[in-house]
Design a protein around this ligand. Structure first.
Ligand SMILES: Nc1nc2c(ncn2[C@@H]2O[C@H](COP(=O)(O)OP(=O)(O)O)[C@@H](O)[C@H]2O)c(=O)[nH]1
Ligand SMILES: [Mg+2]
Length: 320
């Protein structure tokens, strides 16, 4: 009897100890939450409006200096431009809701489809993921595309999110960026020919071009340097548009895959939007046919990745 009473006494004592320990844990946990958790309220909800185009534009910081430090060809460095393109392909492989990306010089714009729900449309998440992935892909691919030129310091890119409510706004945005390439590239081509071919100083070349119109620069290029501006590579004149397409290589039957295709067309013209109706319609990648010889280095890289089995998993949605 004495033993039973002793056991019951100890069992009761032990269980009351456990209960009070739990209470301490609970209260201290509860206190921690109640005292500190309020700081979460300082985080702002930055989800962007539903049903608008989301454009993320990145721009290289101080690329005037960066291009000089890394001896980029003037006025256009094919390898540096392709490095930008491949970094943008990496972003499009990760974010499948990007229907189009457009790049020129040291900038790239990524267009997310209106209905995207990626990261619950939180602006900071979208912007930081895209910017950091682009930047790391730029550095990751540097040696391959820049032929092992030493990278002297880490490049960085700023980014912004811009929302466009209508299809026309989006088209005007892209037209604005593409018109910018035309103006800058025509100027830069004339400028660098005056400096590198005619031996003018930077100031003299600048003075020669001051107040000139497009027609004057075209004329100058043709008469002084025998350059027909319209025959220069379209990547220099139009920038690069990356589109998702189901690619078929006519002399290579086995390949019929969805890839990211670079084109250098004129987005200001109606024809571009008629040729790629999927962009503003119910989005479904269009078709693209090419020959093996006509493959761009950007497409070749993706196909090599496929055949080496090094393909990225098809990422469809990213949650927070
Ligand atoms: N030589 C050369 N320079 C380039 C090329 N692409 C971009 N850049 C440089 O990058 C600059 C980009 O312009 P911007 O963003 O306004 O200048 P930032 O503020 O110095 O980055 C151009 O003015 C060029 O100096 C290229 O292919 N070749
Ligand atoms: Mg810049």
């Amino acid at each position: 009897m004495g033993l039973l009473r002793y056991t019951i006494f100890h069992l009761l004592k032990r269980s009351s100890e456990i209960i009070s320990q739990q209470r301490v844990l609970h209260t201290s946990g509860g206190m921690a939450c109640s005292r500190f958790e309020y700081v979460k309220n300082y985080e702002q909800d930055d989800s962007v409006l539903p049903n608008v185009w989301i454009v993320i534009r990145l721009d290289g910081k101080g690329f005037h200096k960066f291009s000089k430090a890394h001896d980029f060809a003037k006025p256009n460095d094919v390898n540096a431009l392709n490095l930008m393109n491949i970094a943008a392909v990496t972003v499009m492989e990760e974010f499948r809701d990007v229907i189009l990306a457009y790049g020129q010089s040291d900038e790239y714009s990524f267009i997310f489809r209106k209905e995207t729900n990626v990261f619950n449309r939180r602006a900071a998440k979208l912007l930081t993921y895209v910017t950091s992935l682009f930047t790391s892909a730029y550095v990751f691919n540097w040696n391959h595309w820049m032929q092992n030129k030493t990278l002297h310091y880490p490049p960085c890119f700023d980014g912004r999110v811009v929302l466009y409510p209508s299809d026309q706004n989006l088209r005007d945005y892209l037209s604005w960026r593409q018109a910018d390439v035309h103006i800058n590239n025509l100027y830069n081509t004339a400028f660098w020919n005056l400096v590198l071919q005619s031996g003018l100083s930077n100031q003299e070349a600048e003075a020669e071009l001051r107040g000139t119109f497009s027609a004057d620069k075209n004329e100058l290029l043709f008469t002084k340097f025998g350059i027909n501006y319209n025959k220069l590579p379209p990547m220099f004149r139009k920038g690069t548009i990356l589109l998702r397409k189901r690619v078929k290589i006519s002399d290579h039957d086995s390949l019929n895959r969805q890839l990211i295709v670079p084109v250098h067309d004129d987005m200001i013209r109606e024809k571009f939007w008629k040729d790629h109706t999927e962009l503003l319609g119910k989005y479904k990648p269009g078709d693209y046919e090419t020959t093996f010889d006509g493959l761009s280095p950007i497409l070749k890289t993706q196909i090599e990745k496929l055949s080496s089995g090094d393909e990225k998993p098809q990422n469809v949605e990213c949650s927070s």
